[in-house]
Write a protein that binds this ligand. Structure first.
Ligand code: SF4
Ligand code: SF4
Length: 141
């Protein structure tokens, strides 16, 4: 089994195709959408994590390329700047995985990177700009 984060860039003529449906049904992949910016008849971007067997994953990548989609490998990381954090708790309310949570009884916020799914909701929620994203894009091999 492999797990890979990728960014798909959709040209306008394929943006309305049921791409995710095919990834699941035809290639037996698990699809976790991390971020989407898709608009009818415009170029779109989709950041997602794919998991499945290596063979199915490679076949799916070839199929995506045949459909005219541009694929980039992505390693993205969320960074918590603890020195900027005021422990206001705003991020703990919206973090879907409890990667950001209050530690009791101290009632200070802590960050668990292993729980983070890189949804980026905390970036907008943090008034102190303590959450940052680090992206290392590499052309897909
Ligand atoms: S990116 Fe999402 S999952 Fe990760 S810490 Fe922020 S809100 Fe939580
Ligand atoms: S929203 Fe920002 S400042 Fe507030 S607890 Fe979360 S990381 Fe710290």
């Amino acid at each position: 089994m492999i797990k890979q984060k990728i960014v798909l860039r959709y040209p306008p003529h394929v943006v309305e195709n049921p791409t995710i449906y095919h990834l699941i049904k035809d290639f037996d992949l698990m699809v976790n959408i991390l971020r989407a910016d898709i608009n009818p008849k415009k170029e779109g971007r989709l950041m997602m994590e794919l998991s499945g067997t290596e063979l199915n994953y490679q076949r799916a990548v070839e199929w995506l390329q045949e459909q005219g989609l541009h694929i980039m490998g992505l390693e993205q990381q969320i960074i918590w700047r603890s020195e900027r954090c005021t422990h206001c708790g705003a991020c703990t309310v919206i973090c879907p995985t409890e990667a950001l949570a209050f530690k009791r009884p101290e009632m200070t916020v802590s960050f668990r990177e292993d729980k983070c799914v890189v949804c980026e909701l905390c970036l907008r929620a943090c008034p102190a700009r303590a959450m940052e994203t680090l992206v290392d894009n590499a052309n897909f091999k």
